[in-house]
Ligand binder design. Sequence first.
Ligand code: ZN
Ligand code: ZN
Length: 260
Amino acid sequence: MKIRGTINAKRYVKYSAAAEFISPFQAACLICGDEKEEGGLAGLCAQCRMGLTLNTGRVCAKCGRMLIAEEEYCETCREHERYFDLARSCYVYEGAARDIVTAYKYSSRVYYARHMAQDMAELYNAADMSCSVMVPVPTSKEKIAERGFDHIAVLCLFLSKLLHMPLAENAITKVKDNSAQAALSGIDRELNVQGVYARGEDISKIKGAHVLLVDDVLTTGATASAAAKVLKRFKASKVSVLTFASTRYKVTTENLGGKL
Ligand SMILES: [Zn+2]
Ligand SMILES: [Zn+2]
């Protein structure tokens, strides 16, 4: 299925590489539109940048979500099997980070991906993830058609360019639409992602590789874990997850309803 928006996005990635060379990141702030200085977090001006919460404090050693207690792992990672080896994200999914993801995803503002990818590339290097192939978490065909583009695939186009990492765009595919996922919490999310992903035509590219699995937001990590499960089944040696943002770990909403 060819998606016009994604094809246009591919052209944009080519074009923006040239634009970057002439005028690196001298765009207006993504949120308020004011002129911002060169570089800068997530393409924001100094004022809007104050609305970002960097995910650099105490985070879960496994899923990378901001923790609320003095522990190494969040309860979800302690209690449930996680098929990814590690997950890290740039920001806490709230305030400006949430605004950026929402505007990007629902308004087809493809250029947002360039800024998001820049921050993700910096985190990737800082966290010394050392992956050999990039795989996007797949979006359902229905959602791609609805939005006009595959927002994670586009994010990966920028990121793979920045990191000089090969992209296995179709290593896994989404075979079941679990769009109700956002409304669910904890155990229901884990059950809702079962059987959602399957191998795709690029699956052979991940054999023996340390995969960098890319998504926009990590919520409970159930989606990333389900995608990583397929990658591990088809012999990925390791799966590290990189997202633009992740939610704060919340005991109250996530772990009600028992354990798996
Ligand atoms: Zn601003
Ligand atoms: Zn965790």
